[in-house]
Every structure is written in C-alpha cells, then in structure tokens.
Design a protein around this ligand. Structure first.
Ligand SMILES: *[C@@H]1O[C@H](CO)[C@@H](O)[C@H](O)[C@H]1NC(C)=O
Ligand SMILES: *[C@@H]1O[C@H](CO)[C@@H](O)[C@H](O)[C@H]1NC(C)=O
Ligand SMILES: *[C@@H]1O[C@H](CO)[C@@H](O)[C@H](O)[C@H]1NC(C)=O
Ligand SMILES: *[C@@H]1O[C@H](CO)[C@@H](O)[C@H](O)[C@H]1NC(C)=O
Ligand SMILES: *[C@@H]1O[C@H](CO)[C@@H](O)[C@H](O)[C@H]1NC(C)=O
Ligand SMILES: *[C@@H]1O[C@H](CO)[C@@H](O)[C@H](O)[C@H]1NC(C)=O
Length: 275
C-alpha cells in the first residue's frame, strides 16, 4: 500500500515533466517561426529601400508606381518561371527615352564603360537609365504562395533560362535597343579571344533589336591593352555584322584602354574626339 501511494505523485511529476518539455519545444518552434518571419520581411524591406533610394535620384517619376509594376512580374511566382514578358508592365511604367547618338552598349567591358559614362555625359548605358541603375548589381526573386521579395537563395544566372533577374535584364535590354537611334556605340573587349559572343545579351538581344529605320550606324570601340589579343579583323566581329539589320552601317576601331581613361578624366576634351 505504501508503495502504491508513493508511486502516484511520481507519475504525476513525470507527466508534468513531459508537459513542460512539450511546451518548451512549442515555444522554441514559435520563436524560430517569428525570427524567420522577421528576417524574411527584413529582406523585402531592405531591397525595397535600395530600390526607392536609387529610384528617387531620378526626378519626376512615380517610384511607388514603378515598384508595384516591378513587383507584379515576380512576386508569388516560381523564380524559374518568370518570362521576360512579365516585365512588360514595368517598361510601360518607366519607359526608356531615346538619347540619339549617345547610346552606348557594351559586352565584357562593364567597369571601363561605366567609369567612362559616369564621368562624361557623352554616352548613356542601360545602367545609367532609371531601371538599369535601380536594379544594377541586385538579386531578387519571389516564391509561390508568398508576397515577399527574397534576395538570397534565388536561382543563379544559368540555373534556369527564365529566372527573375535574367529575364529582367533581357527585357530592359530589348527595350533599350528598341529605342536606339542615330549613331550607336558599343564597347567590346579586345583583351579576350572572342570579343563578340552571340550568346551574350549584347549578341542575342541588343544587336538584333536595333531597328534600321532609327539606327544609322553601329560603331564598335574595341578596347585594347598592351597585349592586344584581338583586333577589328577578328572573325567574331564578322558575325556581329551579319546580325545587324540591313541598312545599319558598321564601323570598328581599336582604342587603347588608357586613351578611354584619359578622355574620361578630361572634361575639356570634346566627346567626339575620344576615339
Ligand atoms: C522561357 O520563356 C519564354 C517566353 O519568354 C518561353 O518561350 C520559353 O519556353 C521559356 N523557357 C522555359 C525553359 O521555360
Ligand atoms: C576584358 O576582359 C578581361 C578578362 O575578363 C578583363 O580582365 C579586362 O578588364 C576586360 N577589359 C575591359 C576593358 O573591360
Ligand atoms: C522598326 O520600326 C518601325 C517603325 O517603328 C516598325 O514599323 C518596324 O516593324 C520595326 N522593325 C522591326 C524589325 O522591328
Ligand atoms: C597592338 O595594336 C597596335 C595598334 O592597334 C599595333 O601597333 C601593335 O603592333 C599591336 N601589338 C601587337 C603585339 O600585336
Ligand atoms: C589583326 O590580328 C591578326 C591576327 O589575329 C593579324 O594577322 C593582323 O595583322 C592584325 N591586324 C592589325 C591591323 O593589327
Ligand atoms: C577571332 O574569332 C574567332 C571566332 O569568331 C575565334 O575562334 C578566334 O579565336 C578569335 N580570336 C583571335 C585572336 O583570333
């Protein structure tokens, strides 16, 4: 009898311990969920604040409207299933304005070309326009069943064809090429064996998108260094000419990188004489 009576409170104690454990585990799960929730919306908030601070540098635009048009392309979507057409409303919300004779395309010369266009007003690259500069260097994607914008664990450039970021750059590049007019310039890299790649954005979208009713000529600036690996006679540049719509004139000039840097830091020098 004594035995039986002393066993009962022990059972009760054990039951209480189990209940405490379950409560502790539940609490932990709630904390993890809350922390995750907070970091997710923090990702969205951080991305959104970069978007707005970059957008607001361009006066006379409704950044809220542009943000909403941007988001509708990828939010609540599979990040590998965002076709470039998803960004059509964004292009409508922030259309590109033609800057005839000053439009600059580039491939594999990103640093040199932007160092130059930032210092001098002679040329405008896609990354100097509102949409290009707002999204330059950023990664973003959505997820099915979520209204968040994620900046980590997004598919990479080559993970799937129609990923959020790649489709954006394809779409804005097509729109930028479409409005090109007059004499157009392209800065290509003469320090690599193949300066024109048909699979680059420049090769697969921009060159094909130049419209002969508006574009008079394409002028390639082939940036060379001491080693000049290649020159304007390279066969890949013949392929480039073949991709151009009939009626667009083609020129190519080898220009040392040092000359471009000099011209960039010399605001007195007229743009036309940089090369
Ligand atoms: C990517 O999107 C395009 C439409 O822009 C579509 O034609 C193509 O089939 C898609 N590719 C894949 C792999 O889903
Ligand atoms: C050309 O490409 C090489 C190799 O990727 C790179 O090191 C160099 O900076 C590029 N040149 C220019 C002018 O961007
Ligand atoms: C070029 O632009 C003209 C006028 O906007 C248009 O009618 C024509 O379809 C365009 N051509 C191509 C190949 O897109
Ligand atoms: C590099 O190009 C310049 C002119 O563009 C030429 O004078 C020079 O001989 C070339 N150097 C080599 C190593 O091919
Ligand atoms: C261009 O490069 C080729 C070899 O790649 C060379 O034979 C030719 O002389 C070069 N032309 C000029 C103008 O430097
Ligand atoms: C020139 O272009 C062809 C193909 O377009 C490439 O295979 C070759 O290596 C290029 N470069 C030189 C330096 O010849």
């Amino acid at each position: 009898m004594d035995h039986g009576e002393s066993r009962r409170p022990e059972k009760r104690r054990r039951r209480r311990r189990v209940a405490l454990c379950v409560a502790a585990v539940l609490l932990l799960l709630i904390i993890v969920a809350v922390v995750l929730g907070v970091t997710l919306s923090k990702e969205t908030n951080q991305f959104q604040s970069v978007f707005f601070s970059r957008c607001e540098k361009f006066k006379g635009h409704d950044c809220q409207k542009i943000w909403e048009a941007f988001q509708q392309a990828y939010v609540n979507q599979d990040p590998c299933d965002v076709p470039m057409e998803a960004y059509d409303p964004l292009i409508t919300a922030a259309p590109f304005k033609p800057t005839c004779n000053r439009m600059m395309f580039w491939s594999k010369t990103k640093d040199v070309v932007h160092e130059f266009t930032e210092k001098r007003d002679c040329f405008v690259t896609l990354e100097d326009t509102l949409l290009g500069s707002v999204l330059d260097g950023l990664t973003w994607c959505g997820k099915e069943g979520s209204s968040e914008t994620f900046t980590s664990d997004c598919p990479g450039w080559t993970d799937c064809e129609n990923n959020t970021v790649r489709s954006f750059w394809n779409r804005v590049s097509a729109a930028y090429a479409d409005i090109a007019c007059g004499d157009v310039t392209a800065m290509l890299n003469g320090s690599i064996a193949v300066p024109f790649s048909p699979t680059s954005i420049f090769g697969s979208i921009e060159v094909k998108g130049l419209n002969a009713t508006r574009v008079k000529s394409l002028n390639v600036v082939l940036v060379t260094d001491e080693k000049n690996v290649t020159n304007c006679t390279n066969a890949s540049l013949k392929d480039l000419q073949k991709e151009l719509a009939e009626g667009i004139k083609y020129n190519c000039k080898e220009v040392p990188e040092t000359q471009i840097q000099e011209c960039g830091s010399n605001p007195q020098k007229p743009c036309g004489s940089c090369w």
